[in-house]
Design a protein around this ligand. Structure first.
Ligand code: 9D3
Length: 229
């Protein structure tokens, strides 16, 4: 899968894209991510990307022309889905991640300041995505959330053992509690059943604990009709 990103802070992406699962996936050619500096499509001496809002009010708005030129040039041959990361977008969830992972190439637009000139949306954006109801300083971290979640759905990126475990659980419930050595931490023991070697009993215990936690903390996952907050 190929992802293009447009941002005024390309340097934010370098360590993220070179590390761990995503770094390995890129080196193996499973995932291609190209980050583009929006300022490359400015035409003035100061490489300006923002201006004052029509109608007044505080803050600055990203000006349309560099965005339109950048998206048109980058999207010219491959026709990617053009996605603006924005607080006005539909909240990202597991279903959307799977949808996007299977949808071919993506072009992610990361805004800064108070937002982007509305005509960018009208002319060169297919959809808008938010990563949650809290305020970020721009779309960059949100796009990394999306890239990380997407890359896990690309065949071969996540190891087989991990993916098999994930398949049996999916996003329908929270994880069961996990323990590793040492057996006692400040007087707290590992639950006896996990040391028993009885794989049926362990499996049941884990399923029960996962359900218990999910019912307590995220009842909306068990019954989507339940309100979240
Ligand atoms: C809705 C908030 N706006 C009210 C005046 C101001 C504003 C806040 C944050 C405008 C832009 C931003 C920058 N945020 C993003 O670009 C963003 C974001 C986010 O803030 N929260 C969750 N998901 C995302 S995706 C992109």
């Amino acid at each position: 899968m190929r992802v293009d990103v447009i941002t005024i802070f390309p340097e934010l992406f370098e360590p993220f894209l070179s590390t761990s699962l995503i770094g390995r996936a890129r080196r193996r050619g499973l995932l291609r991510v190209d980050v583009h500096d929006l300022r490359g499509w400015t035409t003035d001496r100061h490489r300006t990307v923002d201006d004052e809002p029509y109608g007044g009010g505080g803050g600055m708005v990203m000006t349309a022309p560099p965005w339109i030129a950048a998206v048109r040039e980058i999207a010219a041959e491959r026709r990617p889905r053009r996605i603006l990361l924005s607080p006005q977008g539909a909240r990202l969830d597991d279903a959307k991640v799977r949808d996007l992972a299977g949808a071919g190439d993506l072009l992610l637009l990361c805004g800064r300041y108070e937002g982007i000139d509305e005509r960018v949306r009208e002319l060169v954006v297919d959809e808008e995505i938010s990563v949650g109801d809290y305020v970020l300083s721009g779309g960059e971290v949100a796009s990394m959330v999306l890239i990380e979640a997407l890359s896990r759905q690309v065949p071969g990126v996540v190891g087989l053992a991990d993916s098999v475990v994930r398949e049996s659980f999916r996003a329908g419930s929270l994880d069961f509690p996990q323990y590793t050595r040492p057996r006692v931490v400040e007087g707290l023991e590992v639950p006896e059943v996990l040391l028993s070697g009885d794989h049926g009993a362990i499996e049941r215990w884990r399923r029960e604990r996962a359900l218990e936690r999910t019912a307590e903390r995220r009842p909306d996952l068990l019954d989507p009709a339940t309100p979240e907050a």
